[in-house]
Ligand binder design. Sequence first.
Ligand SMILES: Cc1cc2nc3c(=O)[nH]c(=O)nc-3n(C[C@H](O)[C@H](O)[C@H](O)COP(=O)(O)O)c2cc1C
Length: 438
Amino acid sequence: MAKKKMHLAQFLVHGPTYHSLAMWRHPETAARNYDWTQPELYQHIAKVCERGKFDMVFFADLNYISDTFRGSLAPALRYATQAPEHDPIPLLSFMAAVTSHIGLGATLSVSHHEPFYAARLWASIDHLTKGRAAWNVVTSLNHNQAANYGEQRQDSETRYERAHEFIQVCQKLWQSWDADAVVMDRENAIFADAGKVRRIEHEGAFFKSRGPLNVTRSPQNGPAILQAGTSPKGIDFAAQYSDAIFAIQPRAEDAANYFNTVKARMASFDRRPQDCKILFGMQPIIGASEAEALDKQALHNSLVPLDGGMTILSAHLDFDLSRLPPDADMTERREPELQRLKTRYRKASGAAMTLAEVAARHGQSVGLPQFVGTPGAVADQMEAFMATAGGDGFMLSPIYCPGAIEEFVDQVVPELQRRGLFRTDYSGRTQRDHLGQD
Ligand SMILES: Cc1cc2nc3c(=O)[nH]c(=O)nc-3n(C[C@H](O)[C@H](O)[C@H](O)COP(=O)(O)O)c2cc1C
């Protein structure tokens, strides 16, 4: 029987740090021509990932610089804890211009904009990329981000109710033009058939939109939808609309639970398990020998300041961790903001971790497991994780950039292909074609 093939996505941020706080100061990054503000870096990455036949490159995005840790902006600025972050969406066009197949995804929060704006933006990007656009729909939970838009942080229930209506309005707008509405009959002076373009007349609890969209039907009928919510409401949202989900689950057993929960939820929305791919995050650390890879891991992890880890973890939880002692046992904490740490952060044995241990790990990889070893050993770890978790593939996050993505593409991808675990070429051209391939 043919082996189940993996899907691969490259995680990126339009900024100096991704999941690793060491990235911007790592000697490998410093030794290379590294200017994270300029499009050439991202064009290079897109070409490398397309050479590796990845499903997509994908940008996370936040709209704030956190003051959560110690109530000050200073630690976030000092350690570049996913700050600054430039807007990633303009980069998708630059990357599309130098590639022909790879999917191009980015994050846009539904908590601060109008659906008409988002529907128009993503339909335009889907046209410009010839059907390679993917939108990561997030419902930002950070008070700093809300404040930047003059808003209060909303509870999870309200954020997701709003998100459902937001995406449904977008879907109506994307369908407001039939695929054959543009007739371009020059002789009879008919550009579009008005009978094939409709108002949507949406009036809901959160939004009103009259429509139609002033963008023609896009190649994928709107972008592919990505999601990364982990709460029950987030999982529901993903199960209903997403073509792919990104998940952070360091332990394969927990990943299996998550995988089964999402796939079961999909059935209640009449979707088949293969309609939404679940990609687990991981940080590859590759060496010519096991010893070299372990040295690379040790060097990388030593470059993450503990206070930096505390800062980024405080930002992600929206909870000031300077209020707790560093040796606090994180499984004992009762604060609601800290509950989601309990599954993400445990030792391999299942034992509890202290706050300092959790913060160090968060600064290294935001909880992504590190797969360390020779290219063959990294492929072994990926194969073993998939065998236990039942996942559909991985979202990869580099420890330095440029350099680490190239190593994975040149050394691990051929190994996965040799084992029949990854495609050797694209069989379609759109983002949904790649994700839909089984
Ligand atoms: C792998 C991963 C990537 C994420 N990327 C972003 C991001 O780029 N921007 C953002 O605002 N939230 C991001 N999130 C947060 C979620 O998508 C989600 O909006 C948030 O966790 C709130 O939903 P929840 O309560 O269902 O988890 C990410 C989460 C995960 C697990």
